[in-house]
Design a protein around this ligand. Structure first.
Ligand code: 4AD
Ligand code: MG
Length: 433
């Protein structure tokens, strides 16, 4: 069959009226008399391959009749324009070869429960809906990298094994490290602070780990975070950076992933709104909004999903909440010089109740204040000696933030739960497949 050039389905338009072969899997099939309509997928798209009895050997027609869902196959035929199909083309089949049969594929076109689909995540990824989500995830990650690369940030990879906690000790994953204890990283931030003192503007992007003992729709135990950090940056500029960045990332999905958004039935107008400036409110103002909406939160408590949802409903774009009480935030946050009870930190809350997508702020740059914070938080001082060095040798104001990829994907795709936003989710009750 050497005269049949291999084409990916996504590129089929280049070969109109020519003979090509498609290498893929059978997604679906429908037959009527002298015709079999095979839906063939190859990862790049789905094409309808039409087997007409009069065009092929009888045994090929018979083969097409028996072929079952997810059988791998190579289809040979002529590319024809077909205005009715979403692709614009179909294949007039001349021959087909079965590569490997598939029997009783578990995910049939009927509805399945989430638990069943999660068990079969390795197969579920073949479905068009999961394709659309993972493509948007890909687009978001590409936009994240492009944004920082195009704005002169240096990529500095942070380690996964760490000697100490960054985001509190309650959700650390502990592991053996030869004769010592180590923890899976919760955040690359502390390393980015060192890197910012070396390179000025840096970011890391990688998996981070939290032993989240609650089952919520926003928490994974392993998630991906991008963390920029900039020397000589204050809280206001940190917010400027975050809104410019998020506007770009969402804008790239709006521009480049229309088909996927339509398949997911994601309301485009909600995403087109995501233009800077984003509103900025203080923690105290947020408490006031909550009170007016019948939610009393004692001053000093962090906000949970319910509070974030109420606040997000007041705005048509992401909202920054800045200056939380120090008591509910991490040890490294800089005290507000105007009120030492407050931290110069910021969270970005996504609209429509998708929750906190960014956490960040200005870092404590004073050696003594930071040392006291480490003690107050009962953290092991010796594990942070290197971190304190950054305040000993030319300390400067600096700030940064972390954006969670999965929360962002769930917001942009309009998904209720983060479990579908990552190819192989890790949840409290799931580590397989
Ligand atoms: O607010 P967090 O905990 O901030 C930090 O880790 C900082 N050290 C980042 C920095 O300043 N460099 O986490 C940042 C973001 C959250 O806003 C959220 O989007 C995501 O990470 N995130 C999670 N996503 C999924 N599952 C979890 N368990 C998450 N925990 C945090
Ligand atoms: Mg946070």
């Amino acid at each position: 069959m050497s005269e049949y050039k291999h084409s990916y389905i996504s590129e089929i338009g280049k070969y109109e009226s020519q003979d090509v072969c498609i290498k893929g899997w059978l997604y679906g099939k429908r037959s009527s008399g002298k015709l079999h309509f095979l839906q063939v997928r190859d990862g790049s798209g789905i094409i309808q391959a039409v087997v007409f009895k009069g065009d092929v050997d009888p045994e090929v027609f018979e083969r097409a009749d028996k072929i079952s869902q997810e059988t791998s196959l190579i289809v040979y035929g002529t590319v024809k324009e077909d205005k009715r199909s979403p692709l614009g083309f179909e294949l007039g089949v001349k021959d087909l070869k079965i590569v490997s049969e598939s029997h009783e594929y578990p995910i049939t076109p009927k509805e399945h429960g989430v638990a069943f689909l999660m068990e079969n995540r390795h197969l579920w990824l073949r479905s068009p809906r999961q394709h659309a989500i993972i493509k948007i995830r890909h687009e978001i990650i590409k936009a994240v990298r492009d944004y920082f690369d195009n704005n002169d940030f240096m990529l500095v990879d942070a380690p996964i094994f760490t000697p100490a906690a960054c985001e509190g000790t309650t959700n650390l994953f502990e592991t053996k490290y030869f004769d010592e204890k180590a923890y899976l990283t919760q955040s690359g931030q502390l390393y980015m602070e060192a890197a910012a003192m070396a390179f000025g503007k840096v970011y890391c992007f990688g998996p981070t780990f939290r032993a989240e003992k609650s089952k919520t729709r926003r928490h994974l135990t392993e998630f991906w975070m991008v963390e920029p950090e900039v020397a000589y940056m204050d809280l206001d500029s940190d917010m400027n950076l975050a809104e410019d960045f998020v506007e770009y990332v969402v804008g790239q999905v709006v521009k480049n992933r229309r088909a996927e958004r339509e398949l997911l039935e994601r309301d485009i107008s909600k995403l087109e709104n995501i233009k800077k400036p984003f509103p900025r409110i203080s923690y105290d103002e947020a408490i006031e909004i909550l009170r007016k909406n019948g939610k009393e939160v004692p001053w000093g408590e962090d906000f949970g999903a319910d509070e974030e949802t109420v606040i997000s409903e007041q705005f048509d774009r992401p909202v920054f909440i800045h200056r939380y009480p120090t008591v509910c935030k991490a040890f490294y946050m800089k005290q507000d010089p105007e009120n030492t009870k407050l931290a110069l930190c910021v969270d970005m809350i996504a609209p429509e109740g998708y929750g906190e997508v960014i956490g960040g702020g200005q870092r404590e740059d004073n050696l003594d204040t930071l040392l006291n914070k480490i003690k107050e938080h009962n953290l092991p001082e010796e594990a942070f000696d290197w971190y304190l060095d950054l305040r000993r040798y030319g300390s400067v104001p600096h700030a940064g933030f972390g954006l969670g990829i999965e929360r962002t994907v769930s917001w942009v795709c309009g998904l209720h739960h983060v479990r579908e936003t990552i190819p192989f989710p890790r949840l409290m009750d799931r580590i397989k497949p």
